[in-house]
Design a protein around this ligand. Structure first.
Ligand code: ADP
Ligand code: XUL
Length: 547
């Protein structure tokens, strides 16, 4: 019976899982994760990215991701699994980041020396030693130039699924072309992190899938082809440097001789990689329209399947391709787990103490709001980092803990209204979804049932399930997506967290306060004092969730 490997190269870590699937049984037989900072300290990353004096410039070394893959394959080789059964593998990667490869890259991938790690052999085949990643927000000028060149934000959003966003790959490529012309000229192929790692495994250039391709501001969502006006407006000669776009179920090739010999692995099928959010859509079982998932990873994201692309007229969210061939709506926040960590660390708390402080404070925080923009924020766009507090003392530990969690959940709820989903059930995933006290705030804010998953990393699970799906298709079979995810990517019924109706009503009121504070902080509205007063009058102070 076949085994399927899923890999997830996220912002801070690399994770792998192996599925053992036959007609009657589906098991996860291997799960492992490594943190880049700890496992590969020589690359000098912090939280997976390179420190930089300018907070808007965020980059990571692609050779580090290659070496992480190598360490993970070594773990897999030592797992005791019968790896001759490994039929196919696929992957998930943080979205938007771009890798600049020289013409020698595929020769380098084919001729890797099995005695050395890949990272130490790839440097010469990269036109730039660093990749901009999704946390980068340094391309506002390039976004404006791209927008103007294609006839405005609406035109760009209608065709590509999103208005111009700083982290999206088209504006990032334009910045490289403008600021590093020599590196751009010596670039033969620009990969996303997903297609770069698939290429490295196959030993030749892999395509980009529509899920990750739609995070570039360059792809026509209706045709899954590059959109010439956007490509031409981004950088000269770019069309020749972009990989082709192929369906997510494409078999890219077989595992190259390097990986086979170095780790004793079989010539398994390599299935096109995708972005972490499209993979997580599968890994949270969202193969039908209706429910949403919230991922509390390094980024916080909210997403759900869409049968037809309904682009956000307000310009907040994105429409991406889904691995099913349909679409997905998504809103992304950069101040996710790292913002929660900032508050936790400011008061020297453990996660346990953080949760206790959250549980011991009254929901609604008496109308006090913390806008947690510790780093530049994506939603709403905030270029100058810094937390904004309304009525909240920066030294009040418990107040700030509740403040960060409530503001994040209120922002997730408000800024996903464009998707038009009446949220009744939420599939919670990502590292912080292990924290049920945070999930109670989520349930109360949304007025929805929240469920957890057995598997911590649903992007990784989704990648493994995509490998399974593509392998069945490649063997001439057919399988419905509902059958792909059955028994694997299902929320655990016993984990259900129910909303409290009174607290939900209170959060509907607090939503107005949050909106007023946000408008004020963005320079679009007056002081929110009146909104806070109105909230306090209407909502008698609530009891803490643990009292
Ligand atoms: P990514 O895949 O984006 O790298 P993960 O989904 O693995 O990130 O999430 C990692 C984050 O999860 C950590 O940065 C940490 O802040 C958060 N986390 C882990 N455990 C808890 C917890 N008990 N409560 C809140 N957050 C947690
Ligand atoms: C989505 C986004 C992040 C990254 C990293 O648009 O930027 O969610 O994919 O997880």
């Amino acid at each position: 019976m076949p085994l399927y490997l899923g890999l997830d190269c996220s912002t801070q870590s690399l994770t792998a899982c192996v599925l053992d699937i036959d007609e009657h049984r589906r098991d996860i037989v291997f799960q492992s994760s490594l943190q880049f900072d700890e496992a590969l300290p020589a690359y000098g990353t912090r939280h997976g990215v390179l420190p930089h004096a300018d907070p808007s410039v965020v980059r990571s070394p692609p050779c580090m991701w290659a070496d992480a893959l190598d360490l993970m394959m070594a773990r897999l080789a030592r797992s005791g699994l019968d790896l001759d059964r490994l039929a196919a593998m696929s992957g998930s990667a943080q979205q938007h980041g771009s890798v600049y490869c020289c013409a020698s890259a595929d020769r380098a991938w084919r001729n890797l020396d099995v005695r050395q790690s890949p990272g130490e052999q790839l440097a010469d085949s990269l036109a730039r030693p660093v990749s901009p990643v999704w946390l980068d927000s340094s391309t506002s000028r390039e976004c404006a130039e791209l927008t103007a060149a294609v006839g405005g934000s609406d035109a760009l959003a209608q065709t590509t699924g999103s208005r111009a966003f700083e982290r999206f790959t088209g504006p990032q490529i334009r910045k490289v072309f403008k600021t590093e012309p020599a590196a751009y000229a010596s670039t033969d192929r620009i990969h996303l992190i997903s297609s770069f790692l698939a290429s490295l495994l196959a030993g030749h250039h892999a395509p980009i899938d529509p899920g990750d391709g739609s995070g570039m501001n360059l792809m026509d969502l209706a045709t899954n082809e590059w959109w010439p006006p956007a490509v031409e407006a981004s950088a000269p000669g770019l069309a020749a440097k972009l990989p082709p776009i192929s369906p997510s179920s494409t078999i890219v090739g077989t595992l190259s001789a390097y990986w086979q010999r170095r780790h004793g692995l079989p010539p398994s099928r390599i299935v096109a990689w995708s972005g972490d959010n499209p993979c997580s859509l599968i890994g949270t079982g969202l193969v039908r329209e209706g429910n949403v998932a919230i991922s509390l990873g390094t980024s916080d994201t909210i997403f759900g399947l869409m049968r037809e692309p309904r682009v956000d007229a307000g310009g907040t969210g994105h429409v991406f391709g889904a691995p099913t061939g349909e679409f997905m709506g998504l809103t992304c926040f950069s101040n996710g787990s790292l913002a929660r960590e900032r508050v936790r660390d400011a008061f020297g708390l453990t996660w346990r103490q953080f949760s206790d402080a959250l549980g011991a404070t009254a929901p609604g925080n008496d109308g006090r709001i913390l806008l947690p923009w510790f780093e530049p924020e994506i939603t709403p766009a905030v270029a100058h980092p810094g937390a904004r507090r309304y009525g909240l003392d920066a030294g009040d530990a418990a107040g700030n803990v509740r403040g960060v969690v409530e503001a994040q959940q209120l922002a997730l709820a408000r800024h996903s209204q464009w998707m038009g989903v009446d949220v009744r059930t939420i599939h919670a995933t990502g590292g912080a979804a292990a924290n049920r006290v945070i999930l109670q705030v989520m349930a109360d804010v949304f007025g929805a049932d929240v469920y957890q998953f057995d598997v911590g990393n649903t992007a990784c699970l989704g990648a493994a399930l995509r490998a399974f799906h593509a392998d069945v298709i490649a063997a001439g079979g057919s399988i419905e997506w509902a059958d792909v995810v059955r028994g694997m990517a299902e929320p655990v019924a016993a984990t259900r967290i129910r909303p409290d109706p009174d607290r939900h009503a209170m959060y509907n009121e607090l939503m107005r306060v949050h909106a007023a504070c946000e408008s004020h902080a963005l320079g679009r509205g007056g002081e929110p004092g009146e909104a806070i007063q109105r909230f306090r009058q209407r909502t008698p102070s609530s009891k803490s969730t643990t009292s």
